[in-house]
Structures are given as structure tokens and as C-alpha cells.
Design a protein around this ligand. Structure first.
Ligand SMILES: [Ca+2]
Ligand SMILES: [Ca+2]
Length: 230
């Protein structure tokens, strides 16, 4: 191989490497990227405290070849979760640098993936289920994006059904209303489906009780008065 041909070959290989590196940075939708089936909005443990660990979940952003993408901007948009889902203006779980963006009709949260291509999140928020028959968003209302690419949808449960007073007895009452409507009228709302199986059953009630009884989501939005985007 002459020197010139060798140089040309090296340049060509280099070009392919650069091209593949650029392609590797493009997020690929699930199942290449890994999303939870559903996420559950929580309150904070105490006034001005940290978001309840009961709401923790992980999203991993991968490319088409299943390589994790570090530094990817993940956005969970709740803007199609009308008319009931509410997102707090301030997020209080600092891992992954989660912040709220209230620019849409409901709001969204964003965070940046770590070296493993992951964001580890807890989202504070709730719903406006304060009266029997309050309409709600359906199954998997939220859309997850990474660097602008839609990765998939996730269900949104809201332990703080009433959107006030943290998670307690009134939320259990509101849940039961949703549960009765599902059993008797087959009316489904995503906010009361805490195990993301597209039904509302006693399993979801048991899930809610693990949050309401210990009082770990004692405050809505971590504030004396809940402060929502909308
Ligand atoms: Ca409540
Ligand atoms: Ca369920």
C-alpha cells in the first residue's frame, strides 16, 4: 500500500467512525430505551422536604445499538394529561437535576442523563379529583422525549388525588370513587391506576395505602399551600 493510499484509507475509516459516533448520539424509542410503564406523582416528606421515595423511577436513554447516551435531555410532558393532572412548579428531588417547565397547558419536567444514560426521578404533583365523577386523563397520558425524540408514553398516577393536604384520608376517599366508577361503569382514569395495568382494583388501593398511611407524602408540592403550574 502506498503512503497516499494508506492515508486515504485511514481518512475513510476515520470518516466512518465520526459518522457512527454522530449516529450513536440519537436516542431510540422504547424498547431500545427503557421506560417505566407508569409513574406516580408524589408529595414531599414534610414541609419543604424531599419528594417521596415512593414515586422514584428510572428512565434509560439508549441509541439504536443499545448504547446508553450520557448528557441527553429528557423531558416528560404532561401536557396531554388533561383535564386532571397537575405538576408542581418546584421539584424537590435534586438527583438528575429535575426541573419543572410550566409553559404548556399542564406542564412538564426535564432532567439530564448521567454517565449510564439514566435519569433517576421523583415528580411532585397531583390531580384535581375533589368530587365524585371528576373526569380524568386516560391510560399512559404522558409523553417522554429525549433530545426531542419521542421515546414512548407512560401512565400517570396521582397519589395526591385531591391536589392538596399531601396524601391522606381524603385521597383514599377520592380513589374509592374512581374505583367504584371503574367497577360499575367501566370508566377508567389513569390517576388511580398505580400499578399501570389499565384497571383500577384493590391492588391500586393497597399501593395508595403504602403512601398515605406512613405519611411520607405529607405535603403537596412541599409547600404549606400547594403551588401548581396550572
Ligand atoms: Ca390530598
Ligand atoms: Ca391498576
Amino acid at each position: 500500500m502506498t503512503g497516499m493510499v494508506r492515508k486515504a484509507t485511514l481518512l475513510a475509516c476515520g470518516g466512518i467512525l465520526v459518522a457512527s459516533a454522530a449516529m450513536a448520539a440519537v436516542p431510540s424509542p422504547a424498547p431500545d430505551s427503557v421506560l417505566p410503564c407508569g409513574i406516580n406523582l408524589v408529595g414531599t416528606t414534610g414541609l419543604g422536604g424531599t419528594a417521596d421515595a415512593k414515586g422514584q423511577f428510572t428512565i434509560q436513554v439508549n441509541d439504536l445499538a443499545l448504547n446508553p447516551i450520557a448528557g441527553s435531555s429528557v423531558v416528560i410532558s404532561f401536557n396531554t394529561c388533561t383535564p386532571d393532572i397537575r405538576v408542581c412548579t418546584t421539584q424537590s428531588y435534586p438527583v438528575s437535576g429535575i426541573v419543572s417547565d410550566c409553559s404548556g397547558v399542564v406542564g412538564s419536567v426535564s432532567a439530564v442523563t448521567d454517565g449510564n444514560g439514566e435519569v433517576i426521578l421523583r415528580v411532585t404533583g397531583g390531580s384535581n379529583n375533589i368530587a365524585a365523577g371528576t373526569p380524568g386523563a386516560g391510560f399512559k397520558c404522558a409523553v417522554v422525549f429525549a433530545d426531542g425524540v419521542a421515546l414512548g408514553t407512560v401512565n400517570v398516577g396521582a397519589y395526591d388525588e385531591t391536589g392538596g393536604g399531601g396524601v391522606g384520608v381524603p385521597d383514599v376517599s377520592s380513589f374509592l370513587s374512581d374505583s367504584f366508577r371503574f367497577q360499575s361503569l367501566a370508566i377508567y382514569v389513569g390517576r388511580s391506576d398505580f400499578n399501570c395495568n389499565n384497571t383500577i382494583t384493590p391492588t391500586d388501593l393497597a399501593n395508595l395505602l403504602t403512601v398515605s398511611l406512613p405519611g411520607t407524602s405529607s405535603h403537596s408540592c412541599g409547600a404549606a399551600l400547594p403551588i401548581y403550574c396550572h
